[in-house]
Design a protein around this ligand. Structure first.
Ligand SMILES: *[C@@H]1O[C@H](CO)[C@@H](O)[C@H](O)[C@H]1NC(C)=O
Length: 252
């Protein structure tokens, strides 16, 4: 009897917590292999700070729009299970482009706004805003029992001294507040970690360009995410390891 009760209790517990997986969704700043030789994405360095498995589904070159249009969110909707987590972070490839490059979002943060552009074959297509793509994903994940952390995009080298985020930082925050998703202001936390390290160390994190970090830089960017998670309201923070709860710097 006791054994039976115990196994039922475990079953119940497992329905909400056992084997939950965290799926990371984003661009090259998060992806395996980062933005090319000598760089790596921060998603590769998050696992030590979380006690549940981290699966990095970020893909270099993608925006909220192209990740959607390529069916990558759809694939995840068939992969995830109730209790899993999604971390969504886009912004580096979402800016306007003329002619259309297949990844530029329609400008603005209104979910109802659409744009009509010509794709690479000359065909007329309709695109949507960053908020449309991200908020749709959050809502769909929620319907599958998956909670989302919307994360603001990482700062570029050199921009960290100012601390002013680009418009996608605001859009990410808005996407979270509108949908009830959790939010990590990754941009701000990376800046905090970078300031503590100083300009010379930060410069060395960018071997090729001002966007893509070295493995050492990616590790700091992952730490900044874990710090932001621990300082925020997301219940995912209950899964931080002791390494994740003992990171330096303060809450913003
Ligand atoms: C990084 O930023 C610093 C300060 O603005 C600059 O001197 C350096 O050239 C930058 N490096 C790269 C690769 O962007």
């Amino acid at each position: 009897m006791a054994v039976k009760i115990l196994s039922y209790a475990l079953l119940l517990f497992c329905a909400v917590a056992c084997n939950a997986t965290v799926y990371l969704i984003g661009d090259s700043t998060m992806a395996p292999g980062g933005g090319g030789a000598g760089t790596d994405g921060w998603g590769q360095y998050l696992q030590p700070y979380l006690s549940i498995p981290v699966v990095n589904k970020a893909v270099a070159g993608r925006s909220a729009r192209s990740y959607t249009d390529e069916g990558r969110f759809n694939t995840l909707y068939t992969t995830v299970k109730k209790g899993d987590w999604a971390v969504i972070e886009f912004g580096h490839n979402d800016g306007s482009a003329t002619p259309d490059n297949g990844r530029a979002d329609c400008p603005g943060s209104d979910v109802a706004t659409t744009c009509t552009v010509k794709d690479s074959t000359g065909k007329t297509i309709v695109t949507h805003t960053y908020n449309y793509y991200i908020q749709n994903a959050v809502t769909k994940f929620a319907s599958l029992g998956v909670k989302t952390v919307v994360s603001s995009p990482t700062p570029n080298n050199g921009s960290f001294a100012s601390g002013a985020g680009n418009r996608f930082v605001g859009y990410a925050s808005l996407a979270a507040s509108r949908t009830g998703a959790d939010y990590v202001d990754h941009y701000d936390y990376v800046i905090e970690f970078y300031k503590a390290l100083g300009q010379a160390k930060v410069n060395a994190f960018y071997p090729n360009d001002h966007t893509h970090t070295s493995p050492a830089g990616a590790k700091v960017v992952a730490q900044a995410f874990a710090k932001g998670l621990g300082c925020g309201k997301s219940t995912l923070k209950a899964s931080l390891t002791s390494a994740g709860t003992s990171l330096p710097n303060g809450c913003m």
